[in-house]
Design a protein around this ligand. Structure first.
Ligand code: CS2
Ligand code: MG
Length: 403
């Protein structure tokens, strides 16, 4: 009997906060969904506990599309990161249940494997160019074929994406947002030099990526893209705040450097203009922030029509449940670009036990029924929620900038 009889929200903080949804059917089949929204975890937990879980009890777990439509259209107030992350968690958990009932890995339910493995990109960072080059070397040594390179910017403290050497990068910290400083001119001078140094040292035999992280104006982004063209980037990510979709027309006029956008998007409507006008080359929407497997498939199908490839967000603040679900979709879609893979901390591994693998730079979700992830609730209970916010970014004059 596939009726949902229990819906439980688990908030745990093994080194960073995660929100996980556990759905259980009358037959005792359990499905897991990731509902983590970095810095706003409790908002999603409350939305689920107060407005979603009570409505799920008694529903048929097999009716995945109907449940998606019920939660999306039934709320009246549509879209947004909290709502769509909540819907995503339910959707991911229902696909997990369906796979377990069918005895099949979720990718088989999505049409089977379209490839042998999912190309992964890792994060190489450095507080200066030599340490960045060392980190790139270490990741290439581990067999990665795609590397994101981020270096500190001289004169800019707490640059995005660069943890203290040897530490796992986690941007959220403290019950009050940390304040970082930003200087566009320093960045625009430094980024091409840094990425040029990577190419100079390691050549062009691997994919090189870089995350601008929403910080430029359209013309600045056009200038950066043009300056990066000799380095043949796989992509430059989030060059400008992505709400301004028409800005990408201007960027496109100035550069052929491929563009990736979408980790902050949560619905197909956020992506529609960028995809249908071919203003981007990769769509980065994630399975846990953009409505789950059901909605992500729609976004990726639209992207395929326009020659846009996938490049899903996969930072450490998306739990192993999210990465597992992403990999099942990645394996099955025809227009895969690349999957972000930061890995997770040992503490996180105490709570989440995924069956995905990484080999020679390729990820695979595994063939366990469902998503292939188990969640240890006892371990989760050991790690209380620890309030943490993402940083606030200010320009040198103190005015707020995009982080
Ligand atoms: C970044 C993320 O992975 C990325 O591309 O943009 O690290 C992002 O800053 C975090 O996921 C925010 O929580
Ligand atoms: Mg990013």
């Amino acid at each position: 009997m596939s009726k949902i009889v229990d819906a439980k929200v688990i908030v745990t903080g093994p080194g960073r906060n995660y929100v996980t949804l556990k759905l259980t059917t009358a037959d005792g089949v359990v499905g897991w969904g990731d509902a983590t929204l970095n810095g706003r975890e409790l908002a999603v937990a409350a939305y689920l506990r107060d407005h979603v879980c009570p409505l799920l009890l008694g529903r048929d777990a097999n009716r995945i599309e109907d449940t998606w439509q019920y939660l999306y259209k039934g709320a009246y107030w549509r879209r947004g990161p909290v709502t769509m992350t909540s819907i995503a968690a339910v959707d991911i958990a229902l696909w997990d249940i369906l796979g377990k009932v069918a005895g099949l890995p979720v990718y088989q339910l999505l049409g089977g494997a379209a490839r042998d493995g999912v190309l992964a990109y890792c994060h190489a960072t450095g507080e200066d160019v030599p340490s960045l080059l060392d980190d790139v070397a270490a990741h290439l040594e581990r067999g990665f074929l795609a590397v994101r390179a981020q270096a500190a910017v001289p004169g800019v403290d707490k640059a995005y994406g660069v943890p203290p050497r040897g530490e796992f990068y986690e941007p959220a910290s403290g019950a009050v947002p940390e304040e970082s400083r930003w200087d566009t001119e320093s960045y625009l001078r430094h980024a091409p030099e840094v990425l040029g140094a990577v190419r100079e040292r390691f050549g062009f035999g691997f994919h090189l990526l870089h995350d601008v992280h929403h910080r430029l104006t359209p013309i600045e982004a056009g200038r950066l893209g043009r300056d990066l063209e000799p380095h043949r980037m796989f992509w430059m990510e989030d060059p400008v705040p992505a709400e301004d979709q028409s800005a990408f027309r201007l960027i496109r006029e100035h550069t052929t450097t491929p563009i990736a956008v979408g980790e902050v998007f949560n619905s197909i409507w956020d992506c529609q203009q960028l995809i249908t006008e071919r203003l981007i080359d990769y769509i980065r929407t994630s399975v846990s922030h953009a409505g789950g497997i059901t909605h992500l498939r729609r976004i990726f199908a639209l992207a395929e029509l326009y020659g846009v490839r996938t490049g899903s967000h996969g930072a450490g603040d998306l739990s192993p449940v999210s990465l597992a679900a992403a990999l099942h979709v990645d394996l099955a879609v025809p227009n895969l670009g690349v999957q972000e893979y930061m890995g997770h901390t040992p503490q996180t591994a105490e709570v989440f036990r995924p069956s995905y693998t990484l080999e020679n730079g390729y990820l695979h979700p595994g063939d366990a029924p469902g998503l292939g992830v188990e969640v240890d609730e006892e371990a989760a209970a050991k790690f209380p929620y620890d309030p943490r916010y993402l940083p606030v970014n200010r320009r040198r004059d103190g005015s707020i900038h995009d982080w």
